[in-house]
Design a protein around this ligand. Structure first.
Ligand SMILES: Nc1ncnc2c1ncn2[C@@H]1O[C@H](COP(=O)(O)OP(=O)(O)OP(=O)(O)O)[C@@H](O)[C@H]1O
Length: 302
């Protein structure tokens, strides 16, 4: 599937949440979308899932798609099994096939005991399992997961990780957002960062694979107007004086960070570039896990 020049705004005159987004989602792709809260990730995923239409641009080559929304609809007039069979039928499955797959997935997620529980009586965690199962049982060629791990217990999160791997191994594509930067770390075939309505492909950084303490880092100090531009990779950053920020990035990403600053409109000025003195000396903005007072990592940390 391909998105070309996709834009979305809510209402005429509303601000553009997505602007000119191009995205290729080939079979077998595992794509992570990240960005700050409210940057437009859910808007993009709804469009990728086909439950919302872009205001501009076009989408071609949509495969059979299933979607786990960020918020699951409450109080549906079914029990869990009935709901899953119903959704399976909507996905084009025979009812017997849907019923068999629903039972298998409920078992896998440790929720078989809730098959006959009315939907509006399910706990939040079990309801989230049902939300995930309705998408998985369709064996979609494109699976779109918006924070689908949130609310699941640890065992169920691991089941979902495996289910994603199985979809990809079967040639399906998976597009996901998750607030945990370590989710499926090292496995995505593409990582895309959202900022200012625009989507930029970034290499998955070492920081996201949990090995950030061992990589050489570079400290960049820069000054400029307003908000700093979107930076590639997963740099940490924080204030370094009025109108000035200090960025700590893996050395391999530092060229890209400098380029982003210098080519911003208006451009930022580079005040200093130096190697960080070991992982602990990179400053409080060293990135994920650097503790209280750490700066935003420009990722989807919450
Ligand atoms: N149905 C809607 N009507 C009007 N504005 C909306 C609607 N949905 C989203 N928005 C706005 O679009 C912007 C992006 O929202 P979106 O939920 O896509 O971001 P997000 O990155 O997924 O956020 P979060 O990480 O908090 O879930 C926000 O300013 C939001 O208020």
């Amino acid at each position: 599937m391909r998105l070309e020049g996709v834009g979305r705004r809510y209402g005429l005159g509303g601000h553009w949440v997505l602007r000119d987004v191009d995205l290729e989602v080939p079979p077998g792709a595992l794509l992570r979308v990240q960005g700050a809260n409210g940057s437009g990730k859910s808007t993009l995923l709804r469009i990728v899932a086909g439950v919302d239409r872009p205001s501009t641009g076009r989408i071609t080559g949509r495969p059979a798609t299933a979607y786990v929304p960020e918020r699951f609809p409450p109080a549906l007039p079914f029990d869990a099994h009935g709901y899953l069979v119903h959704l399976g039928a909507i996905h084009g499955l025979r009812r017997t096939t849907a019923a068999r797959r629903a039972a298998e997935w409920l078992e896998r997620f440790g929720a078989a005991g809730h098959a006959r529980t009315p939907m509006d009586e399910l706990s939040k965690g079990t309801a989230q399992k049902i939300a995930v199962v309705q998408a998985l049982l369709a064996e979609p060629r494109l699976l779109v997961l918006d924070e689908a791990w949130t609310g699941l217990d640890e065992a169920a999160r691991a089941v979902l990780d495996d289910a994603v791997r199985e979809r990809v191994a079967a040639g399906g594509a998976v597009v996901f957002v998750d607030h945990d930067a370590r989710r499926l770390a090292g496995e995505p075939t593409g990582v895309h960062r959202f900022a200012d309505g625009r989507l930029t492909a970034v290499a998955e950084s070492v920081a996201e694979s949990g090995a950030e303490a061992d990589v050489p880092r570079v400290v960049v100090e820069a000054s400029g107007p307003g908000e700093p531009p979107a930076l590639p990779g997963t740099p940490g950053y924080g204030p370094a004086g009025p109108g000035r920020i200090r960025i700590t990035a893996p050395a391999q990403e530092s060229d890209a960070v400098l380029r982003a600053l210098l080519t911003a409109d208006p451009p930022w000025h580079i005040q200093a570039v130096r190697p960080a003195q070991g992982p602990g000396a990179a400053g409080p903005e060293a990135g994920p896990g650097s503790g209280a007072g750490s700066a935003d990592t420009r990722g989807d940390a919450r």
